[in-house]
Design a binder for this molecule. Structure first.
Ligand code: VG1
Ligand code: CO
Length: 542
């Protein structure tokens, strides 16, 4: 039976870069999660018996919201929900299921790389029928509904057991519980040369995959250990835990420090990788070398034809604006299109659907292709393995030969986390006010050639996104970008992105902090970071 429950509107349910993210206790307020779910259904549900995919990264509160979402879907006219067993689905696996099963959309419960647990973060994201994150016109409609809603609908009976694979009913709706891994693993097997990778591993190539107690543990075990024959123990921290074992499932130098340390040892594995909470990010580490995500995008794009799925070449590359221009040089040399989009995977969807691009990436350790409509951590790991197996070379050799051919783009992102929101906004506003007068200004040896506030007109659907980050470009092409994060749950996070191109191979071995020193100092001078935030150094450098 459908029950209608009175609620009050919430004015803070505005989705950010990737869905609605708040602290768990915030989500636990009476009716808070239900309110947002109803706002999604009011904005998108047709009531015509559509199929909805539901899954999450296994974090604290995942199960409660999944069971609620199933009951609400039954009360909002869905004909079938497909749920990952135990409520688990990585973000790319959910994207694949939506496409494969022709669902009208999916609900992904995750706060991605943010920490979990009773006082950690939680998130809800809606993906559309192409498998990708809802575009802004839909997230705005959801926000508008959430801010005016006065009731929600829920099926009275409790949801069926989601710990066992199989079908059951809730009212008129079928609840189908599926193996979260199988379809996704089959998709990966269809894209890459598993026989070649298996043989490469059997010949003694060693690897380590850190699932960070997040969603990719079962995926890594099935694909790397079962299907590709890597020894048991290749996947570490492989059991998804509601609090990620107390860790922070963000595969960067701070939170994946143990993996990186292992990879720096002379007797360490040949290849190391990690993924984040919901399985869409990737960190790639070779023996003695951490691959910068922007370089990884360029290298994957340049070498993709070594994998069966991309053997015919790639149509084009898209990268988010703050991602380094390393990929641009690959696109230029290959004579294919290069698209620069705002931050967030939702901006790649139209380009992928239109066949303009095959590979997309972000500096935040996200890479993916047209096989789904999300970034995909294990996909990137497997493409790397396929490339290494085909070239029979080390990660370092592949990276260095890429630099030799295309030049090296030194890159760093500096994050200042949980700073005062007013100070962060003041910093951005002040930069904005000075944009017009910046061109021609000199900082040490650097001269500003252009400065703007990035806005983007989608070349396929014509939609416009403004205020996507302050870009300061110097003569010679070096860049500094300032933007505020849209995924945090406390205070503001300032991200400063810094890059410089170096063609001369004799200088490619320079450490990034040395190569970028003058730009880093200039970022502080222009942004007045210390003065305005009181911080003397970033919390995280990636
Ligand atoms: C960050 C990254 C962005 C990424 C987003 C979602 O956003 O910078 O590149 O798409 O997270 O990734 P922001 O607004 O905090 O800079 V995930 O793995 O958290 O879904
Ligand atoms: Co993620």
């Amino acid at each position: 039976m459908i029950e209608t429950i009175a609620t009050k509107p919430f004015d803070d349910q505005k989705p950010g870069t990737s869905g609605l993210r708040k602290k768990v206790p915030h989500f636990q307020q009476p009716h808070y999660a239900a309110n947002f779910l109803q706002a999604i259904f009011d904005a998108v549900a047709t009531g015509d018996g559509d199929t909805l995919v539901i899954g999450g990264d296994g974090r604290f509160y995942n199960r409660e919201v999944i069971l609620l979402a199933i009951r609400m879907a039954a009360a909002n006219g869905y004909g079938r929900v497909i749920v990952g067993r135990g409520g688990l689905l990585s973000t790319p696996a959910a994207s694949h299921l939506i496409r494969k099963r022709q669902a009208s959309g999916g609900i992904i419960l995750s706060a991605s790389h943010n920490p979990g647990g009773p006082t950690g973060d939680f998130g809800i994201k809606y993906n559309i029928a192409n498998g990708g994150p809802a575009p802004e016109r839909i997230t705005e409609a959801i926000f508008a509904k959430a801010s005016s809603l006065t009731r929600y609908r829920v099926w009275t009976e409790t949801a069926p057991d989601i710990s066992r694979i199989g079908e059951s009913r809730l009212g008129d709706m079928v609840v189908e519980v599926v193996d979260p891994v199988a379809d996704y693993a089959d998709l990966m097997e269809s894209l890459f040369d598993f026989a070649l990778i298996r043989e490469f591993i059997a010949s003694g190539f060693t690897l380590r995959f850190d699932a960070m107690h997040a969603v990719t543990g079962p995926y890594g075990r099935e694909i790397l250990e079962n299907r590709l024959g890597a020894p048991r123990g290749t996947v570490i921290n492989g059991v998804p835990l509601p609090d990620f074992g107390g860790g922070h499932p963000d595969p960067n130098a701070v939170h994946a420090a143990a993996l990186i340390e292992e990879m720096m040892a002379p007797d360490g594995p040949d290849f190391g990788a990690a993924s984040d909470g919901d399985g869409d990010r990737n960190l790639i580490v070779g023996k003695g070398i951490v691959v910068s995500p922007s370089d990884s995008l360029a290298i994957l794009a340049a070498n993709a034809p070594l994998a069966p799925a991309y053997a015919g070449g790639i149509a084009g590359i898209a990268r988010s604006m703050p991602t380094s221009q390393a990929a641009d040089r690959v696109a230029e040399k290959r004579g294919i299109g290069l698209y620069e989009t705002p931050t967030g995977w939702k901006f790649f969807g139209t380009l992928l659907d239109a066949g303009k691009v095959t590979i997309c990436g972000e500096e935040s350790a996200g890479t993916g292709s047209d096989h789904v409509r999300e970034k995909d951590g294990l996909w990137a790991v497997l493409l790397w393995l396929n490339i290494l197996a085909a070239r029979r070379e080390s990660v370092r050799a592949v990276v260095e030969s890429h630099w030799a051919e295309f030049g090296r783009t030194f890159y760093q992102r500096h994050d200042y986390e949980e700073i005062d929101s007013a100070a962060a906004e003041g910093l951005m506003e002040s930069l904005h006010d000075r944009l017009a007068s910046m061109a021609g200004q000199r900082f040490g040896t650097l001269v500003v050639s252009e400065a703007d506030d990035f806005s983007y007109k989608d070349p396929i659907d014509g939609s416009v996104a403004t205020g996507q980050g302050i870009r300061i470009v110097f003569s010679g092409g070096s860049r500094i970008v300032f933007r505020l994060s849209g995924t945090g749950t406390q205070g503001a996070t300032l991200r400063v992105y810094i890059e410089r191109y170096e063609k001369d191979p004799a200088r490619h071995a320079t450490a990034p902090e040395i190569a970028l020193k003058e730009l880093v100092d200039t970022a502080d001078a222009i942004g007045e970071i210390r003065k305005r935030t009181g911080r003397t150094r970033p919390d995280v450098i990636t």
